[in-house]
Design a protein around this ligand. Sequence first.
Ligand SMILES: CC(C)(COP(=O)(O)OP(=O)(O)OC[C@H]1O[C@@H](n2cnc3c(N)ncnc32)[C@H](O)[C@@H]1OP(=O)(O)O)[C@@H](O)C(=O)NCCC(=O)NCCS
Length: 269
Amino acid sequence: MGEPRNIKNSAFKIETPLALPDDEVQVWRVDLESLRADEARWQKVLSPDETSRASRFHFAVDRQRFVAARALLRTILGGYLTTEPKDLTFAYSKRDKPFLGPAYADRGITFNLSHSGGIALYAFARGRELGIDVEQVRRDFDVEAIARRFFSAHEQEQLADLPATERIEAFFRCWTRKEAYIKATGDGLSLPLTQFDVSLAEGSTDALVETRPDSAEAKHWLLREVPAGTGYVAALCVRGQDWNLSDWSAMRSSAEAGLSGGERSADRF
Ligand SMILES: CC(C)(COP(=O)(O)OP(=O)(O)OC[C@H]1O[C@@H](n2cnc3c(N)ncnc32)[C@H](O)[C@@H]1OP(=O)(O)O)[C@@H](O)C(=O)NCCC(=O)NCCS
């Protein structure tokens, strides 16, 4: 069995109800590559629109990862809300950011997710706008050319100042931090990527350096690196400064944590 908040295979268990204190942001990691083979099981909790979206993927691997990612989103949210995963409904902003649907919106849980390669990261909080982004570190493209196109002048300078051997990881730190911020605001790529600067420093817990034209905007958010596992880089952006991160990598094993009889086995699907 995997550790709580680090779901490594289909034999995970989820405590019900899951605790989510007001001042906490909880990050989960899910190994989609291990879960995707159980597609028929995950399909059972999806809504018709999610099933229809899944059917449009060209490659089976992408479809299976999407299905597993949505099913696990529903399963974890079901744990927080003490609701059957398949009963949950979602609403979408005009830029496609998902939220809990009207029937659950008054419960105040906010979330965001990201997937890359074989994993997904999920962030959950109470009443806080947030965005999370994970990227698998790849070494097969021209980081300078992409940086020139998408990064601000300050970010390009930070990248250029680094030794060549450190640039790829720094590039992905920048990319995930910019994505986490635009996902938190919900603006997506409609927010010009050169209108804000992030720090490329490793391990930064306060990486939103500058916002333009309103410099006060940067103070409303906390943007930080989060652990994602070997070969991945990730960032989390949350509105407000008064929160603590509780992430998958800091969790004790379930045996140590002494899960109660309220835990729910994923085998119920
Ligand atoms: C859609 C976008 C919000 C994220 O795309 P992405 O990084 O490719 O994908 P991720 O896996 O990180 O996130 C996708 C998830 O974010 C959520 N999402 C979708 N639109 C969103 C939005 N506007 N705001 C926040 N979250 C959103 C969804 O849950 C989606 O998952 P789904 O498959 O369950 O629907 C958007 O930022 C985008 O198109 N990015 C393209 C990449 C790019 O050019 N980035 C430049 C960075 S320097």
